[in-house]
Design a protein around this ligand. Sequence first.
Ligand code: GTP
Ligand code: MG
Length: 252
Amino acid sequence: MKTGIVVLGPAGCGKSTLVANLKKWIERSVGLSVGIVNLDPGVRYLPYRPDLDVRDIVRVVDIMDSEKLGPNGAFIRAMDIIATKCGDMVENIMNLEKDYILIDTPGQMELFIFTRAGPTVINRLHEHMKLLGLLLMDASLTTSVSDIVTARLLLVIVQLRLGIPGVLVINKADLLSKESYDLILGGLERLERTVEETDEGLLGQISETLIDLIRATETVCRPIIISAKRSEGLEIVYDIIHEVFCTCGDMT
Ligand SMILES: Nc1nc2c(ncn2[C@@H]2O[C@H](COP(=O)(O)OP(=O)(O)OP(=O)(O)O)[C@@H](O)[C@H]2O)c(=O)[nH]1
Ligand SMILES: [Mg+2]
């Protein structure tokens, strides 16, 4: 069965950079072949040459012109069109003779996750291939307990919406302070201790409750920290992909 890695995350967190550099890293360091699928119908420039591109089906700019819609309305319309042509797309992906398939997703993550089309495309793919989601977050958005709790909770929601296992990947390590680094890698216990020490009242209680929820729903592994641009930490990403599929099997 083919293995697909779905790279998700808020706008500008480094998804396309990770896809470009992870492909290079896997091919160079592991010697396996990697195909790339672009699922973003709105993107203009990509830092890689995709093997399959949804912009061959539909482009957001064309929908904005032809249907007189704004960017978000046009994006939702484009995703609906992609969902209806999902069967052909899945067949084309299955025909790619590659060991791994990296799937780049739109910057408007909420429009991908919280509409019907995004989960439909992922569910159709998941019928034919093993999938792991990498939820990428910008390091500047993971500097406090509440930031990290929010990111980890978002991972739970992404897994729930898309029905695939996921790993939280903090990108732009080069911008991360030593304190934030330790807080992210210190695990849930470290977050709990920090909440207790800082006595944030009601917000602290919310964080404690959410930490319990994250502990109860955690499936794959702790967050990892990388720099997609500098290709740092990509060996950890690869080890986790390998661990999830080869050691534990598909965890859904
Ligand atoms: N400092 C730093 N910048 C990075 C890193 N990875 C990516 N970037 C920069 O972040 C910006 C956005 O990168 P993209 O790869 O286009 O991000 P994206 O998530 O695909 O963006 P959208 O598809 O528009 O949502 C670019 O300027 C990248 O060079 C990193 O590890 N460190
Ligand atoms: Mg992108």
